[in-house]
Design a binder for this molecule. Structure first.
Ligand code: ATP
Length: 399
């Protein structure tokens, strides 16, 4: 394979993109499998770590289990891999029910935090390790390790120890070590969490490239929202041992299904109140009026619950509009309209985060704006402004 050809640019040479599809098919002869969880529960003594999970992960997709610490992501991943027993329910990999199968018989592989490469072994020995564990004969081991190192473009490093590799090369060796066992599903447990920000961004795009190129099912645990958004076909948001929402990144961004998801994925601004009116809209949704204490009416769109019921709505910080305080505007159009004081301005690069306090309700709000626009606005800390937002940008969240 030509990955290390001398006439390549450094960018080309460092990219595993160039492996040929035929070679990949030959090496990963088993193809991808989907994963299905049917009513899976895990209890540790009296404590329920995850409860009644239903989840379908399509073959060949990149799925991230996302949620705060302790929500049950790792337990779920470990149950799929077979490193943890399940208390009740069923797990299928492809069409095989794998509840009782040991990890080595599930056609899965695991890539751990920090890659967990053996520091005293060479690259070749690291990649070969899993095959030795599977008691694969020597000649076959030689062939398979050689092939996979070529596929990830690192044949020339086979005699090196892991500390003689760059961070990116270490990640590829860790992937090679997992892929050499010909898994149908690769599980990744926070593989990027120990890396600095720059390397993490580079490594996640490489992970995504390799997943696409090999066409395998990847299931990754992460608590980084940005990482899940950039990698996934499907994001599973978990909270307290339950699945709150399963969606594509853009569905999750545009339409979080619960207050927890809205807060967890994006600093969304949430308003709680009582449903006072719900009028059918042209596209099958309803225009819903919520009475919010101290604020008046807030309009959102969604599938409404009955009038009188407590509910909430959510608006993204980048969809707020901010104008210098205008008391006339307030009286003529009270909906989705809120006076607030700017309490903090944080320049984070291209985007500026503006924290506000709605003095009437004591609610903290967040507005995100392009830094160039913020500079031109002439607004500053301490000023009272009016926040506005369109009903179509405000997502209704039933309780
Ligand atoms: P983190 O991001 O911190 O790794 P997580 O979402 O992966 O968290 P899990 O490791 O799956 O969470 O743990 C879920 C819950 O189960 C936690 O409350 C944890 O303390 C508990 N737990 C995990 N393993 C065990 C165990 N072996 N015995 C008892 N409780 C456990």
């Amino acid at each position: 394979m030509a990955l290390d050809a001398p006439n390549m640019t450094p960018a080309q040479a460092s990219s595993p993109q160039l492996a040929k599809q035929d070679d990949i098919q030959q090496v990963l002869s088993q193809g991808a499998a989907g994963v299905s969880l049917q009513s899976v529960t895990k209890q540790y003594g009296q404590f329920t770590a995850v409860e009644n999970l239903f989840l379908d992960i399509p073959p060949g997709s990149y799925c991230c289990l996302l949620g705060p610490s302790g929500c049950g992501k790792t337990t779920t991943l470990r149950m799929i891999a077979g490193h943890e027993t399940i208390t009740s329910g069923d797990i299928y990999i492809g069409d095989r029910r794998v509840n009782e199968l040991p990890p080595a018989k599930r056609n899965t592989a695991m890539m751990f935090q920090n890659y967990a490469l053996f520091p005293h072994k060479t690259v070749w020995q690291n990649v070969e390790f899993g095959l030795r564990m599977h008691k694969v004969p020597k000649a076959e081991r030689r062939q398979r390790v050689g092939e996979i190192l070529e596929l990830v473009g690192l044949s020339h490093t086979s005699d090196r120890k892991p500390d003689q590799l760059s961070g990116g090369q270490q990640q590829r060796i860790a992937l090679a070590r997992a892929l050499v066992t010909r898994p149908q599903v690769l599980m990744l447990d926070e593989p990027l969490s120990a890396l600095d920000e720059n390397l993490r961004v580079r490594m996640r795009s490489e992970l995504r490239n390799i997943q696409k190129q090999f066409g395998l099912t990847f299931i990754q645990v992460t608590h980084h929202v940005e990482e899940a958004f950039s990698l996934s076909d499907q994001i599973v948001v978990m909270d307290h041992g339950h699945i709150d929402q399963v969606a594509t990144p853009s569905e999750l961004f545009d339409a979080p299904a619960s207050q927890f998801v809205a807060k967890f994925i994006g600093d969304n601004n949430i308003f709680e109140g009582q449903v006072t009116k719900a009028v059918p809209d042209s596209d099958g949704l309803e225009l819903i009026e919520l009475a919010v204490e101290g604020l008046g009416s807030v309009f959102s769109r969604g599938h409404a619950v009955p009038v009188g019921q407590t509910a909430a709505c959510s608006v993204r910080p980048d969809l707020l509009m901010i104008v210098a305080h205008d008391t006339e505007g307030t009286s003529s159009s009270p909906a989705n309209h809120l006076p607030a004081r700017i309490v903090d301005v944080e320049l984070t690069g291209y985007v500026t985060r503006v924290s506000l306090l709605a003095e009437a309700t004591g609610q903290e709000l967040l507005y995100k704006v392009r830094t160039v626009e913020w500079s031109q606005s002439g607004l500053s800390e301490g000023q009272v402004v009016t926040l506005r937002w369109a009903a179509r940008d405000c997502v209704f969240l039933p309780y």
